[in-house]
Write a protein that binds this ligand. Sequence first.
Ligand code: DUC
Ligand code: ZN
Ligand code: ZN
Length: 486
Amino acid sequence: MKHDLVIKGGTCVTASEMFNGDLGITDGRIAALGEGLHGKYVIDATGKLVMPGGIEAHAHIAQNSATGGMTADDYTSGSISAAFGGNSCIIPFAAQHRGMGVTETLDLYDSRASGASVLDYSYHLIVSDPSEVVLTKELPDAFRRGITSFKLFMTYDKMLVNDAQFLDVLSVAKEHGALTMVHAENAGMIKWMTDRLLARGLKEPKYHALSHPALAEEEAIHRAICMAKLVDAPLLIVHVSTPEGAALVQKARQQGAKIYGETCPQYLFLTRNDMDRPDMQGAAFMCSPPLRDAATQTALWQHIQSGTFDVVSSDHSPYRMDDTGKLAHGMDAPFTVIANGMPGIGARLPLLFSEGVGKGRISLPEFVALSSTNAARLYGLLPKKGTLAVGADADIAIWDPNKRGRISADNQHDNAGYSAFEGWEVTGLPVTVLSRGIRVIDGGALHAQAGHGQFLARAKFEHSGRKGYLAPELDPTQNFGVNIAP
Ligand code: DUC
Ligand code: ZN
Ligand code: ZN
């Protein structure tokens, strides 16, 4: 049989193994793994790594922030930057702001993404207003539409939900098989620190790092995990930035609770000292949770190695260093009104490969798991995406493990205008990215058109393998026979 395309002679890597062989692609899907395969077209991957394309599962693209600003990237530029960085699929956020319905929110993001992306995409739904109609009708409708992950905030006045609302969303998500994600920081602690800093005139960007203390994350992660355990619902803690928070995730996992964890390159490679720059330059490094310190970096790597984190995501939140973005409120603005976040969708995988695989911190299968397969599993895309298996979409990244490069705003292809990782030297880069067998990136150039990317209706989340948790107060054998567990 002649395949449409054969990738020959590479080292194939999945989340569980490595093998030498050819990969045959027909009709956009992997049709064969073997030796001596024939194709109308052939890519010679000798000396290269053939891996599932990255799945970028935490990015803010064409998203309005709660303060009204718009991210610098739309679905075209965001997906192009992702593709140059070795990704073949993206899952940004669709943000429900108060006063908006969920269906209205999803329709809005459909209109922003449709025809614009070069990569297949879905969204996680940010829920800021879990009203009765949202809980009983709109979230189930969203689920039926293939949106099977919901994100909640425990901070930001305009986005946060209270604990009872949190439990309501966890319960609805559990009922339908959706995964809840949470931004876990204690709002009161942040407000208290912020008020004290501003009262002393300490308003430069670097003080943002102090206004979000590590204890605020630790407290909120602990609370979030307790709430997930109470209703025995799966919960993913996004952008974990502290050793204490990671340890809580680790402990809950060891207990068999359905708790999952994510960290991001900025917490592995940058520190709050990067924010200590004159004028407003520190604003480029403002993100929430904020950058921490070198000891945190070491601890987070250890947690990556010991399996605390399922995914390493970029949390790409691109705002330009001008009046369309970070400087919208002028050069004297306090850190409280500066948009939070930094770009990084193109840098995530080269950094993780070079500093992780290249420096012996993680194996190649672990790289694939952290960058692609685990996200596919968590977000209902496996086995269509995230692996090299017969029948899977031919979403493939071919990496040259010896290619050297230097991360710079000039080679990130996003619209942020800067890179927080400017000047980082990396060894190992993606050279070809295929989406459903179509070349998106090859030879340093973009080959796909906006609109190649299609919306992905995702499946429900399977969390088999975790025994879960039954609170005695919800256990009819211990609670006088009351049936109140969701
Ligand atoms: N949370 C995110 O996930 N991204 C940007 C800012 C924030 O608070
Ligand atoms: Zn967040
Ligand atoms: Zn984010």
